[in-house]
Design a protein around this ligand. Sequence first.
Ligand SMILES: Cc1cc2nc3c(=O)[nH]c(=O)nc-3n(C[C@H](O)[C@H](O)[C@H](O)COP(=O)(O)OP(=O)(O)OC[C@H]3O[C@@H](n4cnc5c(N)ncnc54)[C@H](O)[C@@H]3O)c2cc1C
Ligand SMILES: O=C([O-])CC(=O)C(=O)O
Length: 338
Amino acid sequence: MKKVKVVVIGAGVVGMSTAVCIAEALPFCTVTILAEKFSPDTTSDVAAGILLPKEIPGVPLERQRRWFKGTFDHLLAIAESPQASEAGVFLSSGYQVFKEVPSITKPYWADIVFGFRTMTDHEIKRFPNHKFGQAVTTIKCESLRYLPWLEKRLTKAGGRMKREKVTDLQQLAHSYDVIVNCSGLGSHSLVGDEQVYPVRGQIIKVHAPWLKNFIRDGNGNAYIYPGIDYVTLGGTQQVNDWRLEVDKDDSKGIMERCSEFVPSLRTAQVLGEKVGLRPGRSNVRLEREWLQVQDRQVPLVHNYGHYSWGISLSWGTALEALDLVRKSLYEKPPRARL
Ligand SMILES: Cc1cc2nc3c(=O)[nH]c(=O)nc-3n(C[C@H](O)[C@H](O)[C@H](O)COP(=O)(O)OP(=O)(O)OC[C@H]3O[C@@H](n4cnc5c(N)ncnc54)[C@H](O)[C@@H]3O)c2cc1C
Ligand SMILES: O=C([O-])CC(=O)C(=O)O
């Protein structure tokens, strides 16, 4: 039987997850990833990788819950397997603290993670500038290990990867039966989506192996995430800022804000600094359209715009993209336009 040719554009956490889901679930498809950049050079590689998303306005909560739960369950199984170290996936406990009581005190994922609770007065006293806090055990998924691990999994399922910048979807449709767009911020130019914009984020990696628990300021301007090889300190959220260079003033600000939480960070050795451009969007674009290519209609599934929550929602959104691909193969396209 002739195989169905699927192309996935993008090799960040969204593209890799989507490609693996399709290749493993639909063995009658050949899956090819085309990407300008692969790990360790994607935005996903810069992410701390904590599963702690905010609500996305405009996406029904049930759908967000499904995306988060799909991701959490998938990553928990890895964290509990012998693969955890190679894949860079493990449980992580800590606090999220707020200067003012937030409008949502119990997030939609409170009963999916472990041990979610409001911090006691005794605990919050450690943070004199903060009034309210949440304690939680969630998952940390480190892309620098996880993406190469997914690449191996894709290859095992018969998938292929090629470095290529895609500029013309019509052209691509001549060589493939289904196109899946996971190009993140790249969708700004690839599909002319002006709703997707960069939200610049800078982080510092430090050697501080004595830190074991994470601390996040609810506003996202200060976070400390202990990881396998280093502790990630952040963060910045600079809207419409395309600069990929490290800004020394940003680093200074990050170090000051994080050291207020943990003074011993002032003595920690700095291992590196990184910048990533989050694919900002008011909601994730996860839908299918049909591309008219001469007398054919080619399904085009979009899965991008994950903003600050790309790791947190990666597997759940990949599963939904897989459903859209599967449906497209059994559905007749709408009548061709004449
Ligand atoms: C500092 C920072 C910290 C973060 N921390 C977290 C966190 O703790 N938890 C969390 O859930 N999220 C976090 N995020 C957000 C997360 O990194 C993003 O949501 C996620 O990386 C988006 O993944 P993606 O695969 O859509 O995009 P990317 O990782 O940017 O991948 C896009 C891919 O598409 C390719 N591409 C683009 N255009 C084209 C084209 N025309 N042709 C071919 N290929 C193309 C790129 O080369 C790349 O391979 C953080 C982000 C930053 C910047
Ligand atoms: O805000 C955080 O805790 C980490 C993150 O997702 C980001 O910087 O985008």
